[in-house]
Design a protein around this ligand. Sequence first.
Ligand code: ADP
Length: 731
Amino acid sequence: MHRAEPRTSEEPRPTLRRPAAETLPRVFDEVFVGDSELAALCRDHDWAATPLGPVESWPQSLRTAAAIVLGAGYPMILVWGPRLVQLYNDAYASLIGRKHPHALGMPTHECWPALREIQTPIFEAVFRGETVRIVDAHYPLDRFGVVEDAYFDATFAPVPLEGGGIGGSLSTLVETTDRVCARGLREDHARLEAETRLAETRAEQLLVERDAARGLFQTVLDQLPVAVVVAEAPSGRVLATNHAVSRIWGAQRPLTESIARYSTEWVGHHPDGRLVRSGEWPLARAVKHGETITDWVCEVERADGTRAMVEITASPVLDGQDRTVAGVAVIVDITIRVEAERERQRLVRELEIERARLAEIFRQAPAFLSVMRGPSHRIELVNDAIYELVGRRELLGRPFAEALPDLAEQGFVDLLDHVLASCEPFVAREMAITLGRTPGAPPEERFVDFVYQPLVEADGTCAGIIGHGSDVTEQVRARRDVELAREMAERARAEAEEANRVKGQFLAAMSHELRTPLNAIGGYAELLEMGVRGPVNEQQRSDLERIQASQKHLLGLISEVLSYAKLETGNVRYAIADVPVRDTLAAVEGFVAPQARAKGLALTIGAVEPGLTVRADPERLRQILVNLLANAVKFTDRGGSIEIRCSATEAHVRLSVRDTGIGIPGDKLEQVFEPFVQVPADPSRRSEGTGLGLAISRDLARGMGGELTVDSVVGEGSTFVLALPASLGTE
Ligand code: ADP
């Protein structure tokens, strides 16, 4: 087959017609020898149309090389000239597939453009005169319509030109693709084996890691404070649980077959007491129906029979395709929380009762209470006592000034403003307020004790005021009455004292004034009696004696009045000393003995401890005793008796004067000590005294730190007892 090769521009050559057959046989026979397919094709080829030009123009070296190629029984190719024109043999043709036959006479780079990069350095070396050998060289060849990997062992040998230089490259090729592929397969196999081993090792490692992860997972699960159960879907087979499950149920629970088993073992009660059915458990619903159940509460029975409240949340575990592969339940023991909540509710109920009770106490409190809030002092809370004070008015929810305008006028709003602004309490005692206590009633003065206490909020601000206090009007009035009465009594007492003092002064003055003329009467009567004015007859003497007796009596009376007046005005001085009792009694006995004898009365003095003394003013002591003895003589009828006795204790000396006289009625026993009081059984005796003797005696006894008392039975007699302080030592 003849095929014209396109001519290249850089190598212009004249188009040569193919030489006539008869003129060329010899050359062609020389070059393209044999009956091979390629020899025949070469002979037919229009070489003149190729860069090699007509065969006749070929150098000998080319001709020889071509002959070698065509004669070789193994794949050979000659690449010639700068354009690397190809000439090959039958064996080579079988290697290049569909590239044959037009590869013949074609420049190699045009035939194998994809191999340019591989071929160029080889041919450059060959054209430098080097022989290049390659082993299992990789050639991506398009031999059969697809590019495939082919491998070759090849030798590229330079073909010298006769005149020097290299004309081309003579190559022998052996395709080693099968060998290379076989080796590649072996290598692949070995690699696969290695990879398999690696994979196995990795798998083992993964198993170890998985077990470790499982262990870690279980450890983590067991340390969770909440109970966790993981079950497979849809079988319900339990895959994992943790310690907290056992803690809730109060017993170690083995990993059981299925949650159905758990369900039957775990007796649960709904909060309403109803039993939980097995299908109702949240985990069962999660694995069976893919449901998510949150905060499902029920009461379960523990192994020991006690009950626990649990809160269960269960949800399905989904795979990449959203299929439920498992379910997880988280169970929280809320027993303590529930009990705390119950306790809290119970306390809240108690608190409410207490609050209601307090509100009632507050309402009924006798003290008034009010709560006012905000700058207008809006009345928020009042109790009944407030209404008792201010009357039935509309108070709640109203500003103070509006609800109680009468109090506002009395400065209460200013007071409240001050407490609110200063946040300091205000305390009032018996503050007078004026209030109309019923609508239309005239204003009335009331007195109140109260405190305005600031109501301090948590942030320290003063939000309002608590007012508490009480209506003290009645107490204030009662106290004022008492004070008034006391004042009046005080005034009366002062007046009485003054009157008494004036009376004393008057009596003292009077006594003095009376005594002077009385002494004159006595003196002149005595002179007359002595006959200084002339002889006195018997009748005159008798009259003069009477005058003298009356003068003495009157003088005695005046002396008593004077000494009582002295006592009353507090002008008496006591000369206290240890007074011997026996001597004193002897002296007073001597003083009254003549009168007793004259009246036929027996007068005796009882035994007195020798040397006994008493703390007293001796003169005053004698005065008291004489007075007592004189009274005894005076109020004891003829034939009676009078006895003086003495008794002593460590603290006191008691001197008693006992008579068997007329006695004193029981209801008069105290009165006899009052001045000018006389208790006459017989009114005729009244003239005999002033009624001052006992009053003076008691005042003197008390003035010396003692006391004078009486005991008496009418018709039997009286006993007067004078008690005085005992002396500290004896004589
Ligand atoms: P006077 O003796 O001057 O009347 P007194 O003060 O000594 O005043 O006595 C007051 C009154 O007490 C007497 O008037 C008498 O009624 C009564 N009285 C005093 N001593 C006795 C007594 N020993 N027995 C009965 N009555 C007595």
